[in-house]
Design a protein around this ligand. Structure first.
Ligand SMILES: NC(=O)c1ccc[n+]([C@@H]2O[C@H](COP(=O)([O-])OP(=O)(O)OC[C@H]3O[C@@H](n4cnc5c(N)ncnc54)[C@H](O)[C@@H]3O)[C@@H](O)[C@H]2O)c1
Length: 371
């Protein structure tokens, strides 16, 4: 590819699309080429506020490719979850690289089809929009571990809790999601747990997925689960698994906060987020039992994956995508579909575990698919 600015189509010009528009505006490798939405009323009024030529607003990706001013490099799918699978397959079919917002799809079968389509088009790049792994505070947890592996040793367990209150319900298409929290918010958490540990969530030991008795939600708002995590070489070796607790709630009353507790052989690394204030602290054990320890604050930095441009969040995803496109697909963004199906599988595994009352071994979902 020549050195020109890369051109993206935003598909679905609702709330979150504005975040992508801002990132495209800020990143020097990218510009917005076209917008696509099935809501023609919205489309009619969008070009002004989106700063885009009236002729570059379409009701489908195919139309944008056929009638728009190319070249087009990327489709960013910012549409309701149940449209992601079809739109992703269509994007790859017309030769576009693609970023799919979470949740990757609505069923394992759809997710598998997407991985296969990506594999059939190795010159194209895919990514999931799980940008929270690249938030400065989350990156800083990972960075501290990478820089202090010797002191911290191996990870031994993980406790993750996200306790917020989103009011009576969520509006628009989300109202129709059966497993609202699990499909909308929790996918970020499963992806983050994998990112922070460099392990996959390999088994749902047990899970419950419900709404509290007082809740006005129509879909479920609350998930409790216990997970086993493992590196791929130990999937079949439970002796080397570690365990994690997960508590996610969109209907919490009283104190609202998000915490990540990473327990290592040599210390504990904790993130506490409350009222938008984020703090990371490390407790380093001074004796073998951890009876004695000392605490230190950990700085929060946005040099995600040590990038010198200080990109985080969506900007870092666009950076990965730009590098990937220049490599003609050889260097895939880290959240490519091959990877993303493992985070997506957790949300489906929780549903299966809750409905059957049994533990669920997740690699069955991506069996014979990766590699
Ligand atoms: N990564 C994040 O932090 C984050 C945050 C918010 C939302 N999201 C994701 O972004 C996506 C959109 O969420 P939102 O809150 O912006 O929703 P929204 O309802 O505000 O916008 C969705 C837009 O998609 C359009 N649309 C629906 N079906 C379409 C189709 N088949 N083709 C083209 N356009 C279509 C709608 O008309 C609407 O304009 C979801 O997948 C959501 O999970 C991600």
């Amino acid at each position: 590819m020549d050195n020109r600015v890369k051109r993206a189509i935003i598909v679905g010009i609702g709330g979150h699309a504005h975040v992508w528009k801002k990132a495209l505006d800020e990143h020097p490798d990218w510009e917005l080429a076209a917008i696509v939405d099935t809501d023609t009323d919205k489309l009619e009024h969008a070009p002004n506020s989106w700063g885009i030529n009236r002729k570059e607003a379409f009701t489908s990706i195919e139309e944008a490719i056929q009638f728009g001013k190319g070249p087009h490099d990327l489709a960013i799918l910012v549409t309701p979850t149940y449209t992601h699978h079809v739109l992703a397959m269509e994007s790859l079919e017309v030769g576009l690289n693609v970023i799919s917002e979470k949740n990757l799809a609505s069923s394992i079968d759809q997710g598998r089809q997407m991985v296969k389509a990506a594999k059939a088009n190795p010159h194209l790049c895919t990514a999931a929009g799980t940008q929270t792994r690249y938030f400065p505070q989350n990156w800083s947890l990972k960075k501290y571990y990478l820089e202090n592996k010797k002191t911290l040793g191996r990870i031994t367990s993980l406790n993750f809790s996200y306790l917020y209150n989103w009011g009576k319900t969520r509006q628009g298409w989300r109202r129709w999601l059966r497993d609202l929290f699990l499909e909308d918010m929790a996918p970020h958490h499963f992806d983050l747990m994998r990112y922070l540990t460099d392990m996959d969530i390999v088994q749902i030991q047990g899970a419950t997925n419900f709404k509290p008795t007082f809740s006005y939600f129509k879909g479920s708002s609350t998930t409790f689960a216990v997970f086993a995590l493992s590196t791929p070489e130990n999937y079949e070796n439970p002796d080397n698994w570690i365990y994690a607790t997960y508590r996610g709630d969109w209907q919490k009353k009283g104190k609202l906060q998000h915490t990540v507790e990473l327990n290592y052989e040599g210390g504990e690394l904790n993130l506490i987020e409350q009222k938008k204030e984020k703090k990371i602290e490390i407790s380093i054990f001074d004796d073998a039992e951890g009876f004695q320890y000392h605490n230190k604050p950990v700085p929060i930095t946005s040099d995600v994956e040590f990038n010198k441009k200080n990109y985080s969040s969506e900007l870092f995803l666009l950076e990965e995508m730009s590098i990937g496109i220049d490599s003609k697909g050889k260097i895939q963004p880290k959240t490519n579909y091959n990877d993303a199906i493992k985070s997506f599988a957790v949300s489906r595994g929780i549903v299966e575990s809750f409905e059957t009352g049994k533990s669920v071994y997740l690699p069955k979902y991506w069996k014979n698919l990766l590699g």
